[in-house]
Design a binder for this molecule. Structure first.
Ligand SMILES: Nc1ncnc2c1ncn2[C@@H]1O[C@H](COP(=O)(O)OP(=O)(O)OP(=O)(O)O)[C@@H](O)[C@H]1O
Ligand SMILES: [Mg+2]
Length: 245
């Protein structure tokens, strides 16, 4: 369980989060929507200690990571997989090397076991046989899938997705959505998915929250969100409804 309490974050005079409260329950798939610049990526970075808040608590399994030292933070981070907004693969490394990076760093596995795990994760994202390719040889959708394979390689308890479907065509985006659903069903992970793609939000989310003016302004199940007349939610739904026709 992740408990976020009274979180404040600013950059100089830009006040991004203003007392945000949010609990993320074990096994759920939580979607965070919010307009560009509302602080969604900042929130994810705060959750793994890549940024420090001015105020507030972020408890991961009851342990507050705010003010935690580097070593303790490293241990906490190992429980997380992170799929970045851009796939963020290392161009000079092969697909297999990218996927195995954290495994080699943190797990004392034999080379054979590492290679087995890499194959397993690539199979999960439907990329068998892509081990020796370089990122430059992959399409955008394939890069995203390698990013997912890398994020799951170390058996994380939590996976954070930052706009996993942005910039993909509808069919490729749907592949990624189904991958997120499969992760929830087949592995016992808790996921947090940041997106402004409402189709994706409704497909993968058990619960959807709207980040607005530095706080969680609205919270509900996909069914509840669809019916909401809240003006900020409407802005997202209008685009969604138009895309349906
Ligand atoms: N490292 C940083 N230094 C200074 N300002 C930052 C930094 N990171 C984020 N910001 C600012 O914080 C605000 C929130 O940024 P964030 O990236 O979280 O937005 P977002 O909701 O993820 O937007 P998008 O949907 O466009 O990705 C923005 O105004 C941004 O300029
Ligand atoms: Mg962002």
């Amino acid at each position: 369980m992740i408990e976020i309490e009274n979180l404040w974050k600013s950059f100089n005079s830009n006040q991004v989060l203003t007392g945000l409260q949010l609990n993320i329950h074990d096994g759920e798939s939580l979607v965070v929507i919010g307009k560009s610049g509302s602080g969604k990526s900042v929130l994810l970075k705060l959750m793994i200690g890549l940024l420090k808040p001015e105020r507030g608590k972020i408890r991961i399994e009851r342990e507050d990571i705010v003010g935690m030292g580097f070593r303790d933070l490293q241990k906490i981070r190992r429980r997380f997989g992170f799929v970045f907004q851009a796939a963020a693969l290392f161009d000079s490394l092969t697909v297999a090397e990218n996927v195995g990076l954290a495994l080699r760093k943190f797990f004392h596995y034999s080379e054979g076991k590492i290679e087995h795990r890499i194959r397993e994760c690539l199979a999960f994202v439907d990329l068998e046989g892509a081990e020796n390719k370089y990122p430059a040889e992959l399409s955008g959708g394939m890069k995203k899938r390698v990013g997912v394979a890398r994020a799951i390689a170390t058996y994380p308890q939590y996976i954070l997705f930052d706009e996993p479907t942005t910039g993909l065509d509808p069919e490729t985006a749907e592949n990624i959505n189904q991958l997120i659903v499969k992760l929830k069903n087949e592995m016992e992970v808790t996921s947090v998915v940041v997106t402004h793609d409402m189709h994706s939000a409704f497909t993968v989310g058990d619960r959807i929250v709207l980040l607005h003016d530095g706080k969680i302004e609205v919270e509900g199940s996909p069914t509840e969100i669809r019916k909401m007349v809240h003006p900020e939610v409407q802005k997202f739904l209008i685009g969604y409804t138009l895309n349906q026709y």
